[in-house]
Design a protein around this ligand. Structure first.
Ligand code: FES
Length: 220
């Protein structure tokens, strides 16, 4: 099956989480909490194929207001591909990026809306997360390591951006890591990335470990 994320097409399989499809294909998506269903930065708008996805579970219902649900918003780390077909998504971070570039006047109303909708659900969200901790469904060490991995990616994003702005053509070894170019360029430009072929051939053990952690991240 195919998943289009921010107008780029990727292959995927039923059973995969939307966040995992996005990350392995270097799509522009937020994942500050390491895909543990906490940070709310991995929101995506489902433009097509909602019926192919797992139904909203209690955790998503605790995080998403009725308005956001009506608009087709899903939490990518809590949503799984269930049926074959084509799914089209727009990540909220990409939506904001495009807004800044093309319609900056819409940013403030957009942020106000998202802030309000989060506020409306805040008590429910906190109660849900508290229950996860108290029942041991959110494993602390796993959470810490997942967040550390997400922060490391964000830091590399900054360094990569600085390198690009300075016109440094040669990347350090760290930037040949498989997922870094897209996670760092913010515009999914992996096809054009000069180190892409090397990155595909030289997948480092460090990245394998990182991806493994996310694969087994708690999702209940
Ligand atoms: S809620 Fe943080 S990555 Fe999904």
């Amino acid at each position: 099956m195919f998943v289009h994320i921010n107008d780029k097409q990727f292959e995927a399989k039923p059973g995969e989480r939307l966040i995992d499809v996005a990350r392995k294909n270097h799509a522009h998506i937020g994942y500050f909490c390491g895909a543990n269903g906490i940070c709310q930065t991995c929101y995506v708008k489902v433009l097509e194929g909602m019926h192919l996805l797992s139904p909203l579970d209690d955790r998503e219902k605790a995080m998403l207001s009725d308005r956001l649900i009506d608009e087709g918003i899903r939490v990518a780390c809590l949503t799984t591909l269930e049926k074959l077909g084509t799914v089209k998504l727009l990540t909220t971070v990409e939506e904001v990026k495009r807004m800044v570039e093309k319609k900056p006047q819409e940013i403030i109303p957009y942020q106000a809306k998202m802030g309000w909708e989060s506020l409306v659900k805040f008590p429910e969200t906190i109660a849900m997360q508290a229950q996860r901790f108290s029942t041991g469904k959110l494993e602390t060490w796993q959470l810490v390591t997942d967040i550390a991995g997400a922060v490391a990616g964000a830091l590399e994003l900054v360094v990569m951006a600085v390198q690009g702005s300075l016109g440094w053509g040669k990347k350090t070894k760290a930037f040949t890591r498989e997922y870094v170019p897209a996670a760092t360029d913010g515009n999914e430009s992996t096809k054009e990335h000069p180190d892409k072929k090397k990155a595909e051939k030289k997948t480092s053990p460090e990245i394998d470990t990182s991806l493994k952690q996310h694969k087994h991240a708690p999702v209940n």
